[in-house]
Write a protein that binds this ligand. Structure first.
Ligand code: F6R
Length: 365
């Protein structure tokens, strides 16, 4: 039931501090501030040479963000692929490799086929799934649940941020087991994760401002989303969310790719949503924003107080989020991205929870 919300999507966006917190509590020990996976993995991360992450759509963007975490925190090389490509590419997998699958429904046909392919080749299979009784959950060697609860809106929101939370905990566990991070570093990372639900609550407070910005975005024919590092896959997710529910054309790009093509699109009619917490690549994103402004592009900057002070450009609007450890910022920055798509769709008058041509669970390829 929608409670007092107009759409399931709005309800599911607002539930995120709760359900992400519930997922967090399933993966960490709040008292010791250490990761405590709900299940013992049948392998040791020290022996894993390579991880492949396979999923579709929004779940694949969760995987693309997790790639940065696994590589930075655990120094494991990670390949991320969409399941419809992975399953037919004859990707070499070796016994003992880790094949990770991410799926809200646990029924996506391509992801399931990719899982079966990996199993046949002797890889360890771990699935991050939201529906514990699903086929992908049943057929995986290890299941890591997300505790998002039923997601009714076709556009994934809370399942995505719960996937990120579970993957973040797994990446920290991998880093510790491989000796790449010390116990005190682990505690620091886990305490940053413990902050996330509260920060998501604070991010929800940006809703009235985002609603106004959505009126501006809803007038555009095309919208560009830019980000670097973990904000890059989030830019892809922002563009997907906007197009699937508002039917406004949007593209996500790595900010550094701008000058390799998409900059040709920029003019005064083009809103450019820049996702840029004040992190290690912030300065680089600033130079990309300058390139956009120099061509008349209109920037909506999503950042924190430090980023706003250092951005050296005049955005048409700045959405200010609280200060936080940049590593896990994408979980919190998902909130304004989702709200922007949601309000743009409401303004466009589309069927927000049941967008045309889309199904919640894609059980055919
Ligand atoms: C987008 C969306 C889809 C799904 C994709 C995978 O908002 O919901 O892109 O993420 O179809 O579905 P699952 O996670 O059920 O495998």
């Amino acid at each position: 039931d929608k409670a007092n919300y107009r759409h399931f999507m709005a309800k599911e966006i607002c539930e995120q501090p709760d359900v992400v917190g519930r997922t967090l509590a399933h993966y960490v020990d709040m008292r010791t501030e250490r990761v405590a996976l709900p299940i013992k993995l049948p392998f040791d991360f020290s022996n894993v040479r390579r991880v492949t992450i396979t999923a579709c759509g929004t779940a694949s963007y969760a995987g693309a963000i997790a790639k940065y975490w696994f590589e930075r925190l655990a120094h494991i090389p990670v390949d991320v692929d969409i399941a419809s490509e992975f399953r037919y590419r004859e990707a070499p997998l070796r016994k003992g490799d880790l094949a990770l699958f991410i799926s809200q429904s646990g029924e996506t046909a391509d992801t399931l086929a990719a899982l079966r392919y990996a199993k046949e080749r002797g890889a360890h299979t771990v699935s991050v799934v939201n529906v514990p009784t699903s086929t992908i959950a049943r057929e995986s060697e290890t299941v890591l649940p997300t505790l998002a609860g039923p997601e009714i809106g076709v556009a994934s929101t809370k399942a995505f941020t719960c996937q990120l939370m579970a993957l973040a905990a797994l990446a920290v566990a991998a880093g510790t087991e491989r000796g790449e991070i010390s116990v005190s570093e682990e505690r620091k990372l886990v305490s940053a994760l413990i902050e996330v639900p509260r920060l998501m609550g604070a991010a929800l407070a940006s809703e009235p401002q985002i609603e106004k910005l959505a009126r501006y975005v809803a007038k555009a024919r095309d919208v560009l989303y830019l980000g670097r590092g973990t904000s890059y896959p989030l830019a892809l997710e922002g563009a997907l969310k906007l197009k699937e529910i508002s039917y406004i054309h949007a593209e996500g790009y790595a900010a550094g790719e701008l000058k390799h093509g998409p900059i040709a699109l920029i003019d005064e009619n083009m809103p450019v949503v820049v996702i840029a917490p004040f992190d290690g690549v912030f300065e680089k994103t600033v130079s990309n924003m300058q390139e956009v402004v120099a061509r008349g592009g209109k920037i909506i900057l999503i950042t924190d107080a430090k980023g706003a002070a250092e951005s050296a450009i005049e955005p048409v609007a700045t959405v200010l989020l609280p200060d936080m450890a940049p590593t896990f910022a994408p979980i919190v920055y998902s909130v304004p991205i989702q709200l922007l798509a949601y309000h743009a769709a409401v303004i466009m008058g589309t069927d927000v929870d049941q967008p045309r041509n889309l199904a919640k669970s894609v059980t055919v390829e």
